[in-house]
Write a protein that binds this ligand. Structure first.
Ligand code: 13P
Ligand code: SF4
Length: 358
């Protein structure tokens, strides 16, 4: 039998064309039947422009199993904008940039938070919700920026620059946050820096974000040499080539990109700022100068915009898959813990940012 979803026809037998999940998982999933296809049709509507009818029977039973486990565990999934569309649109309860996810972590009533993102995001959730169980589906989901600086490095910076406030990007470990005065994200970095009322501020660890903030404020910014391994690979030349090909192409960049890339861009902002720009301005063609999956997530909702994709994948974000989210909720792994004394000090820095933004 076949089930018709708008103009797309999905056959219950089409599961055969997809590679199965690991056998032990496959055996636990609901069978792909016409009833399940009909039940999952509203979710397919959300992703039908970016997930093919061949792929859907592969994902849908797992999505159903995850959404059932979420109810049993009173869990929520916080999905970063870089998650793949089947995660972002079909199992994510809250979606957004790192600031929005941190705010959700602070206010959710759920008992369990599954962080569909990277480790520093899960630590931030644990810092803000110490009484909750915070899970990350893969412990190796790290971040090159977070690894570029240690708590010891920050202590040395304090000695070198006595009295200068230290702002840390949230892309850092809890131990680093605990040594800093306040955190920031790419959505609020300028506001955070200016809130301190100091003529000089240390902004660590992302050198390019700090250089971007310097172009937006009179506060003197001292920085660190950390870089994002995904954003530092973009070049102004490749982006100019897209614009030359079609002058209507809008170039929309994340502030973790190198300065010459940002200088080329029509707009620079956090991942959510970039999405809002596309939704409001509806350019004919757009290049999202950031992680690959974000363009797919936006394309699912803005079918009138053509996305040119100079694709750079974040290998850490891509460790989070439907399969691993399922195993995470099934086995309640991997629990993220933060030493209470470190968490207490890091919380002050994160809450100062969250309250500022509120
Ligand atoms: P956002 O805060 O813009 O979501 O960015 C987080 C991140 O890791 C970008 O690479
Ligand atoms: Fe870290 Fe860059 Fe990946 Fe964001 S995209 S999580 S900054 S490595």
């Amino acid at each position: 039998m076949t089930v018709v979803l708008n103009t797309t026809t999905i056959d219950a037998n089409s599961k055969n064309v997809q590679p199965a999940f690991a056998a032990h998982i496959d055996a636990e999933l609901p069978e792909w039947t016409d009833e399940l296809a009909a039940e999952m049709a509203p979710l397919y509507e959300r992703v039908k422009h970016v997930v093919t009818p061949m792929e859907w029977p592969h994902y849908a039973p797992l999505i159903k199993a995850i959404n059932t486990l979420k109810k049993e565990r009173n869990a929520v999934i916080l999905a970063h904008n870089y998650m793949t569309p089947e995660i972002f649109h079909c199992v994510g309860d809250f979606r957004g940039d790192s600031l929005q996810l941190a705010k959700e972590a602070a206010s959710t009533k759920a008992d369990v938070i599954v962080q569909a993102g990277v480790h520093f995001m899960a630590e931030t959730s644990k810092i803000l919700s110490p009484e909750k169980t915070v899970l990350i589906p893969d412990l190796k989901a790290g971040c090159s920026l977070a690894e570029s600086i240690t708590a010891e490095d920050v202590r040395k910076l304090r000695e070198t620059y006595p009295g200068v406030p230290i702002v840390t990007y949230v892309n850092t470990s809890a131990a680093v946050k605990a040594e800093c005065d306040i955190t920031c994200t790419s959505a609020n970095a300028v506001k955070v820096v200016e809130s301190l009322g100091s003529p000089r501020v240390l902004l660590v660890p992302d050198e390019y974000l700090a250089q971007y903030v310097q172009t937006q404020t009179d506060v003197e910014i001292i920085t660190w040499k950390g870089h994002c391994e995904v954003h530092e690979r973009f070049t102004a030349e490749e982006l100019e080539a897209y614009r030359e090909e079609d002058p209507d192409t809008k170039i929309i960049a994340h502030p973790e990109c190198p300065p010459d890339v940002i200088a080329t861009a029509d707009f620079t902002g956090s991942t959510s700022g970039m999405i809002d720009y596309v939704k409001k301005n509806r350019p004919k063609k757009a290049v999202l100068v950031t992680e690959c999956s974000m363009a797919s997530n936006v394309a699912a909702e803005t079918t009138d915009v053509e996305f040119v994709r100079p694709c750079n994948l974040c290998p850490h974000m891509k460790r989070i898959s439907l399969e691993r989210i399922y195993e995470s909720l099934r086995d309640m792994k991997y629990e993220v813990t933060v030493d209470p004394e470190v968490a207490e000090r890091a919380r002050r820095a994160v809450e100062r940012m969250v309250n500022l933004n509120n």
